[in-house]
Write a protein that binds this ligand. Structure first.
Ligand code: G3I
Length: 373
């Protein structure tokens, strides 16, 4: 038989267990994604909204609806989404003339449900083309290939008319040395395929903002010069181009780019800009010091964007290390995201702090009037 004192202790302990259980249940029920999905402080999208900046993430649509914490973070932290793969040619037109927009439509619906804008990625590129096209390319006449390109761009942009805020119309057209990438389009059609794609996209959705998008233009040098030259010539020829996307896939081994200087050259030439695919990789395992450097590279790229009224959006290329493209492409490297296993990393906090500091001290962009669901 327990003594009265033991009974009090036992009862006290039981009450404590019940109270903690209630607290756990309450805190989990406030967030469908569980404790990891809730980051301390204001969500990135709420902070960014206070300076009119759209903050985005690439989304792997295979995870939507399959991983609740993924959905929870994608919805609560970001105000734009980019399909990581499902608007690419091999997915949307796997057979000639047969379009499949089902996965991309799901993402558009997700975005509309969560008051997010969509960056369309991408209409014309070198990679992720379907086999029917790459196999046939060499035997097609230039006219036939141009016809296929026109049909594809027109069909895709028309399908998403009114739903896509910014399109990456042409992706990665310039090589590191500043020459044109020798892809199937350039080989058959020369550089005119770029102007044509912008014109067809504009005809299909005159409201969408149309971008060139590329990597490695953050550091200056021949590729940045060539991209500025290309955008300027397109504009001078009356081609409907609005902006240039800076992918911003950074690696701590290459140091910090002067992104502000690079982007300013484009804004001064009259273009909008956007950070479209930010991540910061490092060789694994990452030391604390290296992680600090990763956080600083995230912060400084966001700061550059915040300083420019014409920098319309800042997008990370996926938010969680578990699903990053980096380890598959750069063996031995990784930790490039702002979350890991749905827990915010110092890289997340660095972005949050940068946004907090920007409120009241950085230019405010106008809310985009169109494409709001
Ligand atoms: O869909 C197949 C699947 O059926 C198959 O089982 C699996 C086995 O490997 O592969 C799947 O395809 C993968 C695809 O992503 C979809 O997950 C490809 O192997 C893989 O190579 C592909 O990688 C994508 C890469 O573009 C391809 O170029 C990455 O996820 C994506 O993050 C990356 O994104 C690009 C941007 O579009 C442009 N800028 C650079 C950026 C990083 O490379």
């Amino acid at each position: 038989m327990p003594s009265p004192r033991t009974r009090v202790v036992v009862i006290g302990a039981s009450v404590a267990v019940v109270v903690s259980a209630v607290i756990v249940v309450l805190s989990v029920s406030t967030s469908t994604g569980g404790p990891g999905a809730t980051a301390p402080g204001e969500p990135l999208r709420d902070l960014a909204a206070q300076v009119g900046l759209r903050i985005g993430t690439a989304v792997d649509t295979d995870l939507l609806g399959a991983e609740p914490q993924y959905d929870e973070i994608a919805a609560s932290q970001f105000s734009t989404v980019t399909p990581e793969n499902v608007m690419k040619w091999e997915v949307v037109e796997p057979q000639r003339g047969e379009y499949d927009y089902s996965a991309a439509d799901e993402l558009v619906a997700f975005a509309q449900e969560h008051d997010q804008l969509v960056r369309g990625h991408t209409l014309v590129w070198t990679n992720q083309l379907p086999a029917w096209l790459t196999d046939a390319a060499a035997s097609l006449s230039a006219d036939e290939l141009r016809g296929i390109l026109e049909e594809h761009v027109t069909n895709q942009v028309a399908h998403f008319k009114g739903d896509v805020w910014q399109w990456d119309v042409v992706n990665e057209p310039i090589d590191d040395d500043g020459s044109y990438v020798r892809n199937i389009w350039y080989t058959a059609l020369g550089p005119d395929y770029i102007a044509d794609a912008f014109r067809w996209a504009h005809e299909a959705d005159p409201e969408a903002l149309l971008f060139l998008n590329d990597y490695g233009i953050e550091y200056g040098g021949p590729k940045t010069d060539a991209m500025l030259d290309l955008a300027t010539r397109l504009r001078a020829d009356g081609v409907p181009i609005d902006g240039v996307g800076f992918e911003t896939h950074l690696d701590i081994a290459f140091g910090k780019p002067d992104l502000l200087a690079a982007m300013t050259r484009f804004t001064e030439a009259g273009f909008d800009v956007a950070v479209t695919e930010a991540d910061v990789r490092a060789t694994l395992p990452v030391s604390e010091e290296q992680q600090d450097l990763q956080a600083e590279l995230y912060a400084s790229s966001l700061r550059a964007c915040l300083q420019l009224e014409r920098c319309l959006s800042y997008t990370v290329w996926g938010f969680d290390d578990q699903y990053s493209w980096i380890p598959g492409w750069f063996p031995g490297q990784g930790a490039a995201g702002i979350y890991d296993e749905f827990m915010p990393k110092p890289q997340y906090t660095a972005l949050q702090r940068e946004l907090e500091d920007a409120i009241g001290s950085m230019p405010t962009r106008r809310e985009p009037s169109a494409h709001l669901g």
